[in-house]
Design a protein around this ligand. Sequence first.
Ligand SMILES: [Mg+2]
Length: 216
Amino acid sequence: MVIQFPDVDLTGIKGVLLDLDNCLYAYDACHAAALEACIKLLEEKFSETSREELLAAYDKSRKTCHQELDGTASSHSRLLYFSGVVEDISSRTDAALTLELEELYWSTYMDTMELDSKALDFLKQCQAQSIPICLVTDLTLQTQLRKVVKLGISDYIQFITSSEEAGLEKPAAKIFELALSKLGLKTDEVIMIGDNPKKDIAGAQALNIKAYQVSS
Ligand SMILES: [Mg+2]
């Protein structure tokens, strides 16, 4: 059952494990704007390559990363995606362009992010009740830290646990266990909140952590 943040029951809860992407803000608009900015840059650099070919190269590179690096933070690395695109189109590694694309992607993404107002109310409610929050999030720590800073939610978050440091993504038990150990809490003392039924909800429930699926 998908619920809204105000419907989360905090009675008797000592800590909250909280998803970030597509939970505290909507992902799709951010990704669409970021990818569009990068495709425009690629169109300028490779004028002989069509937009369709560039989009296909991105899709191919992303799929390859997902397959080869399944379950790890790097499977979502835009640096790897764009490195693959540039190598595919130009038959060489272009260090400066690859770095420029990654930075353009994330800076555009961050500029588009907007904190969900109900999520902010929830963060304030937890803070008012002295309930610590640990973000449990799939991706490299640097990118997730940037998102937290951009959303302006640092003061509401006690800890961040990324799949990069856990070595495995949700729904693997390890990332949840790492978050619990940071908070110093047991599975029956926390709840997990996220948008993804498999990663967030089933992953937490496998450890007997009560989980709420929310829509951003
Ligand atoms: Mg999510």
